[in-house]
Design a protein around this ligand. Structure first.
Ligand code: GLN
Length: 254
């Protein structure tokens, strides 16, 4: 029996811009190449989370989209908090990164409550931070992407920055930080899509999910005896392309 890995994408209609869906596609393919069966669940307002949740992905959105999903996300708070306590890996980009924090005060004076899984607070400003961005992370090496946000995010002591800005603005354009992490919950402003050109992050999400299931990631290609496809050529092609994408994107002007 092939092991099924359940991936939840939060609010794909409202919170999914600048290529964020590519994060889900990347995880799906990488799981397949490693011999697992990815089951992708789109979670929309009013839905129930599936019984098993191995990885949660969320994207960015307009302030209006964030406002539209606010009530539903607050209803999910305790379930998501339990999953975070259980070390479930999560990656939240931009709009949902802000909403996994305590609050986002928009530039129009609206206050959008978040669920506080990350110790961050965000305030919108009229000038948006827009452009290519490169950061350096102690856990994941160089992280490369594209940012477009009005929000300035400040970290509290309960979260550590995901990276340090090499070029671009990051969390707030002032303190040189980008993104946040608490437990295995990662938040970042980087769209692009992020995961296709940052394989260390997708490996972290998948390996953590496997460990949570009692599977040794180093043996993942043998997780399913006969049903495991040979991952080599597709996986290698993708790795080569990812390296090229990293180089190209990392050398782009702002
Ligand atoms: N609406 C939020 C902001 O402007 C998030 C934007 C985004 O997700 N790209 O800061």
């Amino acid at each position: 029996m092939t092991v099924q890995i359940h991936l939840v994408q939060l609010y794909p209609r409202q919170m999914n811009i600048y290529g964020d869906h590519g994060n889900v596609l990347t995880l799906r393919r990488q799981l397949e190449w490693r011999g697992f069966e990815p089951i992708v669940h789109d979670y929309n307002p009013g839905d129930r989370l599936p019984e098993r949740v191995d990885i949660i992905i969320g994207g960015g959105g307009q302030d209006s989209g964030q406002s539209a999903v606010q009530t539903d996300l607050l209803d999910l708070r305790s379930q998501l908090s339990d999953l975070a306590e259980a070390e479930t890996p999560m990656l939240m980009i931009c709009g949902l990164y802000q909403m996994f924090g305590h609050r986002f005060d928009t530039v129009d004076g609206q206050s959008i409550d978040g669920i506080g899984l990350l110790d961050v607070t965000t305030v919108g400003q009229t000038e948006r931070f827009i452009g290519n961005i490169v950061t350096q992370s102690s856990d994941f090496g160089r992280i490369i992407g594209y940012e477009n946000h009005s929000g300035r995010t400040m970290l509290g002591p309960g979260s550590t920055p995901l990276g340090t800005v090499v070029s671009g603005a990051g969390n707030n354009g002032e303190d040189g930080t980008e993104g946040a992490r608490s437990r295995n919950v990662l938040g970042s402003y980087l769209h692009g899509s992020l995961l296709p050109k940052n394989p260390a992050l997708s490996a972290f999400l998948i390996d953590t999910a496997l460990r949570n299931r009692g599977i040794d990631p180093s043996e993942s290609s043998r997780a399913d005896g006969s049903a495991v496809p040979s991952p080599s050529s597709a996986f290698e092609t993708a790795s080569t392309l990812a390296q090229r994408a990293r180089t190209d994107a990392g050398n782009r002007p702002r």
